[in-house]
Design a protein around this ligand. Structure first.
Ligand SMILES: [Zn+2]
Length: 467
């Protein structure tokens, strides 16, 4: 599925395929399921969406040249049983159930399952793309336009609109879901979403999960649109979610551990509505492999990999990120912690699998490394409160800053710390000097971002605003 999507993205980029031409529907049988070609579609993209081969699609529609695709043409989709008429695709959002979708699309649960080659309803995980009959009166899949606002990613736009970010990227001829600049106008799908997912209690109108498909080392945002006065708890992949009230309802941020085995994990929500009615829901989400590279085995001072030293230090380190301050102190993207000449100089990225002195690859790189020298100025990335400074065997001289909501940044291998626990800091404020203390192979800054007790990919926090 993922491979075919990647293939379809690459092909869509290499070959912009849609030619503007008078709308001439191909002659297709009225009783066979069909799809109407939209602006931005490619034959490869359509084949991937409906999980049919390009050859079968060409054959069913007598297309000799896949480049000759006409907007508005009617394409028969072969190999689908139990459904006829116009087809579209939707991305399943949290709380949608097979029963609810069956009602919405007037299609039996069995047909819906067969159409999407389901074996069990459990496969209706958050973020899966489903083939569904198009509901008439929505005469175009790409029927709207939307603007990216400052700090908003295409992925976020897709999530907010309940759309598949990959389809959105393809529709807009973008190389991937991260492309797209603020202010850009995008073609988006019409309002094809199910209004309120059937699996949610009535008072909760929407649960937005961003990204819909999670990735190792990623940061997940869970937004609950609900009136005030409900109590709410939840967990994601066995981590407790911390919810904070917002004007639209509640929000939680949670890191996905870089070593989490890829697969399905439950996102559960439970609580009590303002009327005293209790609820508990659970649906699987997909955590994907980030394909972190394997670094060559590193040679370091043996004392820095001795469990008698590393375990107590790890325990202390992890305990620092546990307290959840209810006040959110930051706003917008995080700033680079180093002077401008080093902001994009990264000797090592987050997540790389590591082995020390010939050990197994049981370690991963828990931060982003920045170039620098002994004495390079280091700055706070966001407003916050210093909660720890000290000198550790593995991490060397360190500063840890609490930004609220369970979000922390940590700065390692410092030659000198210039702040004290309890100090309030602002972004850009000098907090220490670079060094090569602790387990290093040379001077650099090792910079970590923690979300809900989990070290996440810091590049995400430099690239976009959370939540
Ligand atoms: Zn590092």
């Amino acid at each position: 599925m993922r491979l075919s999507k990647l293939l379809f993205i690459s092909l869509a980029v290499i070959l912009p395929l849609v030619f503007y031409a008078p709308v001439t529907a191909q002659d297709g049988g009225q009783d066979q399921p069909y799809y109407i070609v939209q602006e931005g579609d490619s034959l490869w993209g359509i084949a991937a969406r409906f999980e049919v081969t390009l050859e079968d699609l060409q054959q069913a529609n007598n297309i000799s040249d896949p480049g000759q695709l006409v907007i508005g043409a009617r394409l028969i989709i072969p190999g689908l049983n139990g459904v006829n008429g116009r087809l579209g695709t939707i991305t399943v959002t949290y709380g949608e159930t097979l029963r609810g979708l069956s009602r919405h699309y007037s299609l039996s649960e069995l047909t819906l399952a067969q159409l999407n080659r389901f074996i069990s309803p459990a496969e209706l995980y958050v973020g899966v793309t489903l083939i569904v009959p198009a509901i008439e009166n929505q005469n175009s899949v790409s029927s709207g336009r939307a603007n990216l606002t400052s700090g908003q990613s295409l992925l976020e736009l897709a999530v907010l609109r309940g759309e598949d970010a990959w389809s959105l990227a393809v529709t807009n001829n973008l190389p991937d879901t991260w492309a797209g600049l603020p202010g850009n106008m995008f073609l988006v799908a019409g309002d094809s979403q199910v209004e309120t997912p059937a699996g949610l209690p009535e008072a909760i109108t929407k649960v937005e999960v961003d990204p819909l498909r999670m990735i190792q080392g990623g940061t997940t945002v869970v937004k609950i649109v609900a009136p005030p006065g409900i109590t709410l708890s939840g967990s994601l992949a066995d981590r407790t979610l911390n919810f904070f009230p917002q004007d639209y309802g509640y929000v939680a941020l949670q890191g996905i551990h870089a070593m989490t085995p890829p697969g399905f994990y439950p996102l559960t929500l439970a609580g009590e509505l303002s009327g005293g009615q209790r609820f508990a829901i659970s649906q699987d989400v997909l955590i994907q492999d980030a394909n972190f590279p394997y670094d060559p085995s590193l040679q370091v001072d043996p004392v820095t990999v001795d469990p008698a030293v590393t375990e107590p230090e790890k325990e202390l380190w992890e305990s620092l990120g546990v307290p959840v301050t209810p006040e959110k102190m930051w706003d917008g993207q995080f700033a680079s912690p180093v002077p401008p000449e080093f902001t994009e100089c990264w000797p090592s990225l987050f997540g790389n699998r590591r082995s020390y002195n010939g050990s197994a690859y049981d370690y991963f790189h828990s931060g982003l490394d920045f170039c620098g020298q002994i004495g390079t100025e280091l700055y706070a990335s966001a407003p916050g409160k210093v909660v720890y400074t000290g000198s550790l065997t593995v991490r060397g001289g360190v500063v840890v800053i609490d930004h609220g909501w369970g979000v922390y940044t940590a700065y390692d291998h410092l030659s000198k710390s210039l702040v004290q626990p309890g100090d309030m800091v602002q972004p850009g404020q000098l907090i220490g000097l670079g060094g090569d203390t602790g387990r290093t192979t040379g001077p650099h800054l090792h910079w970590e971002v923690w979300v809900g007790g989990v070290q996440v990919n810091p590049q995400d926090w430099l690239a976009r605003a959370y939540p």
